[in-house]
Ligand binder design. Sequence first.
Ligand code: HAM
Length: 422
Amino acid sequence: MIQLIRGFKDILPGEVELWQEIERIARNLLEDFGYKEIRIPIMEKTELFARSIGEDTDIVEKEMYTFPDRKGDLITLRPEATASIVRSYIQHKMYAADPARKLYVIGPMFRRERPQKGRYRQFYQIDAEIFGVASAHADAELIYLLTVLSERLGVTDVAAHINSLGCPECRPDFKAALLGFMEDRLETLCADCKRRSGRNPLRALDCKVDTCRAAMTDAPSILDHLCPDCRDHFDTVQRALTELGVDFVVDSRLVRGLDYYSRTTFEVLTGSLGAQSAVAGGGRYDALVEMLGGPSIPATGFAIGFDRLAEIAGLKPEEFRKTPDVYIAALGPECQARAFQWSCALGVQGITADMDMEDRSLKSQMKRADRMGADYVLIFGENELKDGVAVLRNMDTREQKSIPLDKVVQEIKTAVQSTQSC
Ligand code: HAM
């Protein structure tokens, strides 16, 4: 038997209803705040991700699904959505009339990481981006949205961590200080951090290897190196969040695993998935639009790990599972033919009807209706056919009533609607 690929998964009926509910709540929230959905391709030219996310990152170095297509062009399954959204924003000149745009994407991403709880090779993100707004209030809005969404989904045990990575004015000063600190400790750092230290020493602050963590404990803080504009920007983010009543932790080690960030970065961390892991992450990337060939337009955004969110959401999947409104237990070919017409007529009117097509006994059909959680069962056998009626049974109250055959659809509809409105 052919099994699915390691790190990939099926989301089956029974579980998918929870995903649909989370998606509905997230979409409503984003659209209430003026974000518009955009659908982008699953694959892009490799160069797009390599240039935006950064050649020295784990994602680009080790995790992308990259392969030549039949003509030898290198293409990559998207490991994230931001680069593609920026590409689309530039390509369609979405900035032409007004650079300020709020966009969101919900869909699968692909990274070849080591699979474990909460980490998959195909995973899903809810990604939101704000273009054309340099104000710190855009960052505060994104962090606020993450806390509101957590609340609406009954997620507890989460904390918003925030930091500022400075700008091209102040970051070189910090990089130099960090490099100075790392020089004495290079031998204790892992091979990746050692190799990347020349071009991007900030990576070492984010490294999960124990020896690197230990070596970097007393590393200088970027927050001591911010220029006055970045300081001011970061203070405004914090003030706005405090006024919104959002709890947050300032975490000067939060550098994120992608290279395009400047100024505000943030993550929502949870302890509910074993080791501390991020349910969402994001930040400002003021240079990326220009770097990818567009005008100089600031931007900021986040992505939520949908799989992780579904794992820690306090919603109960049972509450969203759809059960049939009515199960039609028809016996014999003639009754089945009539029942089939009724079940189609009900379906197009929004009443979920299920029926047996295999001519099973009444007893086994009743069992099946019970197992499926049907609210009503319509019993229709030879005796009923002779009497010109069908029997509608309320599975909850056990009450039964006979319905003339020409009124079946209407009566079921009325019964189901009255149950639903109770
Ligand atoms: P990221 O931190 O790489 O950021 O991913 C965002 C979230 O996606 C993570 O916090 C995590 O919940 C989820 N995630 C990442 N990898 C996996 C995986 N292998 N399995 C399950 N979940 C995963 C970004 O992707 C940026 N594009 C965010 C952003 C948007 N920055 C600005 N705009």
